[in-house]
Design a protein around this ligand. Structure first.
Ligand code: 8YV
Length: 314
């Protein structure tokens, strides 16, 4: 029997591609020199799309795949997948929740500590001999014991909160609805939360409901010396307002893993010495990426075997 054909939207590790190739015919869109010609050649036979959080799947693409039965996302965020189109056409969407939660929370703290304790500068200070020439580097900013505000207290937000407890921080959050089972104060909006905290961490999910959620009013409400960290989606921020807050010094320090326009981010970000940048890498450990790949492949295998999908997005 012919193997089902999968349209693979972005690069995946060989440890996923190899087992997938045993069961499926892989059409690697990202390797196609002429994606249009590639789609013209293969669209008619594609049974599932394999995509990633930051790539997604548009209605325009899916319209072209008459045999499409599944969209499997290698990532938890499905904001770049046109879910409305999928729902209207009865196409299930799967993602990879839970397995990446702790790594993304680790990255929030890595960025926070790197920004506040100026780790990139400290590294350069030693590496380039400044220490020997000029002595100690300037003092940095304490993280321990500060007040943390978390925008979006879902799985990842709660994992950040657990870490914050270990750092002796007080925790507050904003989100659509209070979570009465959690012991932290709730604020209805980021703008209401911002003046109450020293550190604001964005863990909200992406998509139209959170676009520009951390708005100009929120950035303007931050207290002097505030630290801002984003490990969710660039789209959750009004990026013009974020840049303005960095320019004006309203945000003293920041750690950013995500941006509006990835990977061609607004060039101004690279000019701020008080901002630590990462290339949308929060889930990027070998361990987590292997678990994400396994879960994504489990979903594909279940779909083609007619079994219930392990992690369908409902
Ligand atoms: C990416 C992510 O999917 O899970 C998400 O929503 O954005 C990331 O984990 C990952 O970078 C794989 O491309």
């Amino acid at each position: 029997m012919d193997k089902p054909e999968l349209l693979v939207m972005g690069v995946l590790p060989d440890w996923d591609l190899a087992p997938m190739a045993e069961r499926y015919t892989l059409r690697l869109l990202y390797e196609a020199p002429d994606p249009e010609a590639f789609l013209a050649a293969h669209a008619a036979d594609i049974r599932a799309i394999v995509t990633k959080g930051e790539i997604g799947a548009s209605a325009a693409l899916m319209e072209r795949l008459p045999k499409l039965g599944l969209v499997a996302c290698y990532g938890v965020g499905i904001d770049a997948i046109d879910r409305g189109w999928c729902a209207a056409h009865g196409i299930p969407v799967t993602n990879t929740p839970d397995v990446l939660t702790e790594d993304v929370a680790d990255m929030a703290f890595a960025l926070l500590l790197a920004a506040a304790r100026e780790i990139p500068r400290a590294d350069a200070w030693v590496r380039h001999g400044t220490w020997a020439r000029e002595g100690s580097m300037p003092l940095t900013t304490r993280v321990w014991g500060k007040r943390m505000g978390i925008v979006g207290l879902g799985r990842i937000g709660q994992a950040v909160a657990r870490r914050a407890e270990g750092f002796g921080m007080s925790i507050a959050y904003s989100g659509r609805a209070p979570k009465p089972h959690l012991p932290y104060p709730h604020y209805p909006t980021p703008a209401a939360l911002a003046p109450e905290v020293d550190i604001l961490v964005c863990c909200a999910m992406g998509g139209p409901t959170t676009q520009g959620l951390i708005d100009r009013a929120a950035f303007e409400a931050l207290r002097p010396g505030a630290i801002f960290v984003n490990v969710s989606r660039g789209s959750c921020c009004d990026e013009a307002a974020l840049l303005e807050a960095l320019r004006s010094g309203r945000i003293a320090l920041a750690g950013l893993d995500v941006f509006w326009n990835e990977p061609a981010i607004a060039p101004e970000f690279a000019g701020f010495p008080n901002v630590v940048l990462a290339p949308h890498a929060a889930s990027g450990t070998v361990e987590t990426r292997q678990a994400m790949g396994r879960l994504m492949r489990d979903n594909l295998d279940a779909f083609f075997a007619g079994r219930p999908l392990p992690t369908e997005v409902k």
